[in-house]
Design a protein around this ligand. Structure first.
Ligand code: SF4
Ligand code: FES
Length: 245
């Protein structure tokens, strides 16, 4: 319900904070919001007018860079795309992303996330490297070949799927939904010839075989990537690559 001046109202923003020396603690702030305010707007207003020590990571403020991931009212979301009014109620609970090492407050380390991403070789691989780097013309694709991988190419590397994954929380060495979805995205690209190398990287108990198909990764993905589907399809690719028993 909007109230106050010019359609604004007050909400309480309860932030689970982390100090590397003191550990976790909670701070609550009262913030004025309107019907357009996002959770990121509310956090930035806290930093500007109440508490400059609150650490938040963000960049684009428009759902593109993937850097403002956090847990809002128990669900991993992008703070810049989460409208405060849509959450309902007068209290917004904000926590750092689950399953990531903490740096400070709402800022998490993305190092192992990027390392897992790199491990699946998320780029075009051609058998003939000489030709790949000195190609005389573009690699052409038909629209239906682009459609095969398009959904999976929308990943902005925000990490929300990893924050939601129950397997990663038990087993941090699991490559995780983001990296595995990208392994699939590149393996089904008609221009790519590196599927064998990627299958070597994912055919492992830290790879596809740890996925229990909980599906929570796909539910929280802000870009509709559907990592759960990609991982099941990747499992089939791995089995096919192994050949008959
Ligand atoms: S798959 Fe979706 S949730 Fe996971 S990192 Fe990519 S965009 Fe974010
Ligand atoms: S600030 Fe870039 S996605 Fe939110």
């Amino acid at each position: 319900m909007q109230g106050g001046n010019g359609g604004t109202r007050k909400v309480r923003v309860r932030v689970k904070r982390y100090d590397p020396e003191k550990g976790f603690y909670t701070r609550e702030y009262e913030v004025e919001v309107d019907k357009y305010s996002t959770v990121l707007d509310a956090l930035l207003s806290i930093i500007e007018s109440q508490d400059r020590t609150l650490a938040v990571r963000y960049s684009c403020r428009m759902g593109i860079c993937g850097s403002c991931g956090m847990v809002i009212n128990g669900v991993p979301r992008l703070a810049c795309e989460t409208n405060v009014a849509s959450l309902g109620g007068d209290v917004v609970e904000v926590e750092p992303m689950y399953n990531f090492p903490l740096v400070r407050d709402l800022v998490t380390s993305m190092d192992s996330f990027f390392e897992h991403h790199r491990r699946v070789k998320p780029f075009l691989i051609r058998r003939d490297e000489e030709e790949q780097f000195r190609a005389e013309r573009e690699y052409m694709q038909r629209p239906e070949e682009v459609d095969e991988y398009l959904t999976f190419s929308y990943c902005i590397m925000c990490g929300l799927c990893v924050a939601a994954c129950p397997v990663v929380s038990e087993k941090p060495s699991f490559l995780g939904p983001q990296a595995l979805a990208q392994a699939y995205r590149w393996s089904i690209d008609s221009r790519d010839e590196g599927a064998v190398l990627r299958i070597e990287a994912v055919d492992d108990f830290d790879g596809v075989w740890s996925c229990e198909f909980a599906g929570s990764c796909s539910k929280v993905c802000p870009k509709g990537v559907d990592p759960a589907l990609a991982i099941q399809a990747l499992k089939m690719q791995v089995v096919r690559a192994r050949g008959p028993l």
